[in-house]
Every structure is written in structure tokens, then in C-alpha cells.
Write a protein that binds this ligand. Structure first.
Ligand code: AMP
Length: 174
């Protein structure tokens, strides 16, 4: 864990002043670190009782989520920023500090009652992950867990998630 932490690079004031951006690209570039993180996601999903399919949030959730899906021999569902998915979509908007944002999923992405593990790189305010949880439920899925390499505890994102505390997994806390 200390090794993974040492690879996470802090970029001050990116993409906006005041934001401490956690850059995980050095973790991806290191074969052992990448494997360790994917193995940790897999253990988290197992601890939550397993899943039928993995959903990943654009864009770093695609990288971790698809590697995890391959490891667990599951399919992968992309949750994307608005206007990117070509087929009919469900959309969920959420509040940011200033303004709002949205995420989308294909209307046929989840089968009725499917058990979905939701993956992203980082939990900050929880707006993105919570909107993604709503989307998956709207599409007919059940969230078994949500897992993040990094959680920014001081933003209390997990309190915003409509998900039981035991189903939220984070590898490194700041
Ligand atoms: P939030 O909706 O506030 O929980 O933000 C989570 C999403 O924004 C994730 O997809 C993260 O990749 C990204 N994000 C938010 N804050 C940061 C940060 N400090 N460093 C890197 N990514 C971030």
C-alpha cells in the first residue's frame, strides 16, 4: 500500500486553482503496482459477495474497471459524460459546487436484477459515483459495491452515496 501511495502524484491547482489533483498514471505505468490495485479491486468485489458485471466511470474508471472485468471474467459497462454514448441513454444530473454535471448509461446496458460492481479511481464529493449508482438502478441493476483506489475523506463523499457503508471500498485515504 505504501508503495502504491508513493506512486500517486499530487498536482496542485489542476485542472483549476485550489484542486489537488491525484495523478494515478504512474500506478498504471508500473506493472506490479497496476496488478496490486486490480487484485485489490477483485478482493473488494469478492468481499461484497461477487458480481455479474463491472461498471466503470469515465475515464480512469474505464482503465481499472476493464482490467478488473477481464480478471474476473465479467462484462464491462461504460458510464460516460453526456453526449458520448451512441445508443439511447438514461441520464442522471448532479450538483457541483458551481453548476451541474451529468452521466449517462445505455438503456440496455444492464439486465434486470443484474449485480453490478461500480468502479472509479477516486471518490471526492461523491456526486459522480452517486449519480452512477442511480443510473444503474434506473437501468434495472443492483449495486453490490463501489470501489475506489483513492478516497478524499475530508470531502465526505461516502455520506453522499446511496449505498450501505460496508459496500464502499477505498484502498488509500487522504
Ligand atoms: P466527485 O464527483 O466529486 O466524487 O469526483 C469524482 C470524479 O472526479 C472521479 O471520476 C475522479 O476521477 C475525479 N476527481 C475529483 N477530484 C479529483 C482529484 N482531486 N484528483 C483526481 N481526480 C479527481
Amino acid at each position: 500500500m505504501k508503495y502504491i501511495e508513493s506512486l500517486i502524484r499530487n498536482i496542485p491547482d489542476f485542472p483549476k486553482p485550489g484542486i489537488q489533483f491525484k495523478d494515478i498514471t504512474p500506478v498504471l505505468a508500473d506493472a506490479e503496482a497496476f496488478k496490486t490495485v486490480i487484485d485489490w479491486y477483485a478482493m473488494s468485489v469478492e468481499a461484497a459477495g461477487g458480481c455479474d458485471v463491472i461498471a466503470g466511470i469515465e475515464s480512469r474508471g474505464f482503465i481499472f474497471g476493464s482490467a478488473l472485468a477481464r480478471k474476473l471474467h465479467k462484462g464491462f459497462i461504460p458510464i460516460r459524460k453526456p453526449g458520448k454514448l451512441p445508443f439511447t441513454t438514461h441520464r442522471e444530473t448532479y450538483q457541483l459546487e458551481y453548476g451541474q454535471d451529468a452521466v449517462e448509461i445505455h438503456t440496455d446496458a444492464v439486465k434486470q436484477g443484474e449485480r453490478v460492481a461500480l468502479i472509479d479511481d477516486l471518490l471526492a464529493t461523491g456526486g459522480t459515483a452517486n449519480a452512477s449508482i442511480s443510473l444503474i438502478e434506473k437501468a434495472g441493476g443492483e449495486i453490490v459495491c463501489s470501489a475506489f483506489v483513492i478516497e478524499l475523506d475530508f470531502l465526505r463523499g461516502r455520506e453522499r452515496l446511496n449505498l450501505h457503508e460496508e459496500k464502499i471500498f477505498s484502498f488509500i485515504h487522504y
